[in-house]
Ligand binder design. Sequence first.
Ligand code: SAM
Length: 472
Amino acid sequence: MYNPKSLDAEEFICNDEVLSTLKYAEENKHNRELIDEILNKARLEKGLTHREAAVLLDCDLEDKNKEIIALAEKIKKDYYGNRIVLFAPLYLSNYCVNGCVYCPYHAKNKHIPRRKLTQEEIKNEVIALQDMGHKRLAIEAGEDPVNNPIEYILESIRTIYSIKHKNGAIRRVNVNIAATTVENYKKLHEAGIGTYILFQETYNKESYEKLHPTGPKHNYKYHTEAMDRAMQGGIDDVGLGVLYGLESYRYEFTALLMHAEHLEAVYGVGPHTISLPRIKKADDINPDEFDNGIDDDTFAKIAACIRIAVPYTGMIISTRETEKCRERLLHLGISQISGGSKTSVGGYFQPMPEKEDSAQFDVSDRRSLDEVIKWLMELGYLPSFCTACYGSGRTGDRFMDICKHQQIHNFCHPNAIMTLKEYLEDYASPETREIGEKLIAKEVETLQNPEIKSIVEKDLVKISGGERNFKF
Ligand code: SAM
């Protein structure tokens, strides 16, 4: 039976509830009256239930779809302004004992070079990332209790935080590793991680079991309840996502929102982020062999409907997607993107020749971080390297509380300006720097609070003088 408060995966992601929601959405996809009612509720910018959002996703009335897109754009602006947070993935190890059929790291893949970074190699990767200007990483590893035990992950996190090279520093390490125990989540929390990210891949139990035929990840219940254990272990920022292409996008969309509702119902705080990955070509993986691929229009509609359903949840798009697709989704709700990414183990310090490469999947956006920053600014966005909320304990429900009251601008906007200034001083090309300085001058003028404005102006001068890490 469906129960968002239950701790049992099959009750909070109840298959019957997903199916009956999909039926309801299908039946109402051109019910103008209901769609207007849902849109009016959505205009309050406090979110929607999974049922309401599923109707909007299915809606096939052209004029209403235009309203949906326009509303997503408005909510994006109201909650996040023009800021976009930057991060990079750091692959620690591709050893994996699982059999995920869409991932080239699956255990049966005997020809992919397996690699696990030593602490010295991690240091080199982190210095290379710092030299690009990154302050925020997402560490990635396959699941392998022998090669990548939790102790290895913890040691790697300590190494990453300890490296201070020139003006560089990694100030937030998010972690994307396999589902684990409350005990291990406690250890990750104590190691000072930012968000714990775990993609559900698919919420459909039957498909999940087929797509994960072997290894510990086969256990649907253990995987789906991972965020509960993470919360119980003290991690209050968790990141959800499904891998689009594996199952019907309508099923995934509905279940993902049910997962968010479950976290909110039990822990009083929904997911910190939702990622939107689509399956990509990789070593021995051909995305065309999966039946549920979605086109760019559907992908954009999903992004818009997620933005409307959970306005206060950050949304992430990676370099899996092209520049064009990323641009489209940025307008509709994305608040964080990766830039200059390498999806192979050791790819930043010493990129491998293609045939020896261990990349997890092909990236579509291969531009450097500097090019991505310049592009964002030319599109009118304010790139941000801010990690202040995390550093100031504004996580979990404290963060969400500020965010839900749309107060996040008071912190984020000045912090974005100052971290962009640091980036321009330390890492930008002359052209990017020129565009950035003009943007900063313009953005400072938009700061409403005279006190904050005056502090920012003074701090910008100090940053030019070589001082770093100012924040609200
Ligand atoms: N191994 C960890 C786990 O089991 O959750 C997570 C790390 S994995 C490096 C990160 C994510 O990459 C996976 O959760 C999956 O969604 C995604 N991924 C795997 N194969 C992919 C592919 N061929 N194309 C796009 N994304 C893929």
